[in-house]
Each structure stands twice: as C-alpha cells, then as structure tokens.
Design a protein around this ligand. Structure first.
Ligand code: AMP
Length: 299
C-alpha cells in the first residue's frame, strides 16, 4: 500500500552549470521527491506527463519501485531550462514551459486517498489546494513551493500554506514570500500562518527547522563535487517525508533526523546531473553519510 503520496511536476530539463550541460533530461519536483521518499517508504506519484516524455525516463522511476498509477499522460511535457553560476545555490530560470501542467487537474487514485503522508511538491498552488480537498485526513501534509508561484499566485499559495502541517522553502523564497531579509523572522511568519513546522533550506549551507518551541540548525554536507544541484530541494522534501513515514514519529526530535536524512539524499543528488548519481545510491550509502553528518556537528 502506498504510504506517501507525492504530487508535483515531472519535467524535461535543460540544465547548464559550470561543470557541464544536459538537455531533455528527467527532472521535476515530484520525480526527485518520489525517488528520495522511496528509499524509506512505499511511495506513489501523482503527475501529468506529456506524450513526448521518453519511456526510459519512466523506467528510472519504475525501477525504483515507485507506484505510478497516479500518472496521467497528455499533450506536451512540462519543460524547464535553467543555469547556475559558480554560486550554485541559486538556479536561474531561462524558460518555464508549463505545457500539460497548465491544465493539469490532479486526480488521486482511490487507493491513494487514505495514504497517511502527503507531500505537495512544488506545483501550482491551485493544484496543491485541489489535492488537499481529495485526501482523507493524512497524518502529515508537507508542501514546497518556489519563486515562480510566489510571484504569480501569492494569495492562493498563502491559502495552501494555511492548510498544511509543514512548509518547506529555500532561503531566497522565504525572504521573497515573507518580505523580510531575516530568516528567523521568515520562519516565525511561516508558523504564524498555521503550519506546525517550517524548514528553510539554505542550499549547500544546510537547513533551519522551525517549530513553535524551537529552532534547529542542520549543517550542510561538505561536498567536494557539486555538478548540478537541480532537484536537491525536492530530494530534501521527499527524504524528509519518507523518513517520517517510515518511522511514524512526528516528534520535533525525529523531524530533526528527517531534516538530516533529507539533506543526505540531496547531497548525493548534487554530485551529478539529473538522476545519474541517485541511480547508484543505496540505503546503506545514505546511512553512512547520515552518520558522517552527525560526526561533523559534534563539538
Ligand atoms: P529544485 O532544484 O529542487 O528546486 O527543483 C528543480 C526541479 O523543479 C526541476 O527539475 C524542474 O523541472 C522543476 N521545476 C522548475 N520550475 C517549476 C515550476 N514552476 N513548477 C513545478 N516544477 C518546476
């Protein structure tokens, strides 16, 4: 049975970084997130894909055992192109072609509606709200977003945030969304909207977890090879939700662990383009790096 439902985009990405460039590779928020979540818990993906999405891209997800019964095929696939400069923490979007994503009305398969964990990966807030109305009281609803939606649909986005348990945003987006340069203030403003927790991701510099009683600061993993950070935020989110689903423990202490597991998977993802690194990662690799994360923080 699917334990974690992930709704978001499946993308065809063109990405350029100082270390290479790729075209038409598998990307998308739901893709990376479901791959990361499936290391820990049975995961189902809800998304629209185009007729032009190559079969081999779907095979990557199938081989990982992700339930794909929530995939709907129609029209032309969502496409995103972007680049990174030497500061790899910020993706610069060149083009966003929504294509079939523009008219996407997510419909959850009946069997997904009672899944205990829901991750609304980066997607149109209208679709995120629509999905929330279809599920039967999950134990935990987590959502992510990005500047594209903050700029184009802020009011609907705020409505969506008011209905979730955990909000994930990166530092630049948190500043934009909450109109402050200070991340502590941004985290507090996020909690004031209703979520029990908020994670502000700081790229290679780690993440901050805000709950009503505490702030936890996780370090980043000291990676020597960062080829392409695309999808790291989504891997973080998927790993975070998947770990909470596996452990069925929503305490603040366990959320801290989930933050570090999410960061661990994201750090692997950054080592190569698209799914090239993740395809070879095992749960044992993840556990090994999780332990290293612990050692780095000890003082
Ligand atoms: P991340 O690097 O984790 O923030 O996410 C990167 C992924 O987000 C890429 O693989 C894109 O396909 C996808 N993406 C980019 N723009 C959007 C958007 N407006 N809505 C949904 N997904 C997007």
């Amino acid at each position: 049975m699917v334990h974690v439902v992930i709704v978001g985009s499946v993308g065809l990405d063109d990405v350029k970084t100082p270390f290479g460039d790729v075209k038409g590779v598998l990307g998308g928020s739901a893709t990376y997130a479901s791959y990361a979540s499936s290391f820990f818990a049975p995961t189902g993906l809800v998304a629209v894909v185009g007729e032009d999405l190559p079969g081999e891209h779907i095979t990557i997800l199938k081989n990982k055992g992700i339930d794909l019964s929530g995939i709907h095929r129609q029209g032309k696939n969502f496409r995103w192109s972007g680049y990174y400069e030497y500061d790899m923490n910020e993706a610069k979007t060149i083009t966003t072609e929504l294509n079939s994503l523009a008219t996407f009305k997510p419909i959850l398969p009946e069997s997904y509606c009672a899944a205990p964990f829901l991750f609304l990966a980066n997607l149109d807030p209208d679709s995120q709200l629509d999905v929330m109305s279809q599920v039967k009281r999950p134990k935990l609803v987590v959502m992510d977003t990005m500047n594209y939606w903050i700029t184009s649909k802020k009011e609907r986005l705020i409505e969506a945030i008011q209905g979730v348990d955990v909000l994930l945003v990166n530092d630049g987006e948190a500043r934009q969304l909450f109109g402050t340069s200070n991340l502590i203030q941004a985290g507090k403003k996020a909690l004031a909207l209703g979520p029990k927790a908020c994670v502000i991701k700081k790229g290679e510099h780690g993440a901050l977890l805000f709950t009503h009683n505490s702030i936890f600061s996780a370090s980043g993993y000291p990676l020597e090879i960062i080829k392409d950070p695309t999808g790291c935020g989504d891997c973080f989110g998927g790993g975070f939700v998947g770990f909470l689903a596996k452990t069925a423990d929503l305490s603040e202490k366990n959320m801290r662990r989930a933050v570090v597991y999410g960061s661990t998977i994201a750090s692997f993802n950054a080592e190569d383009f698209s799914f090239e690194r993740l395809k070879h990662v095992t749960l044992q690799d993840i556990e090994g790096r999780f332990k290293e994360f612990k050692d780095i923080r000890e003082f």
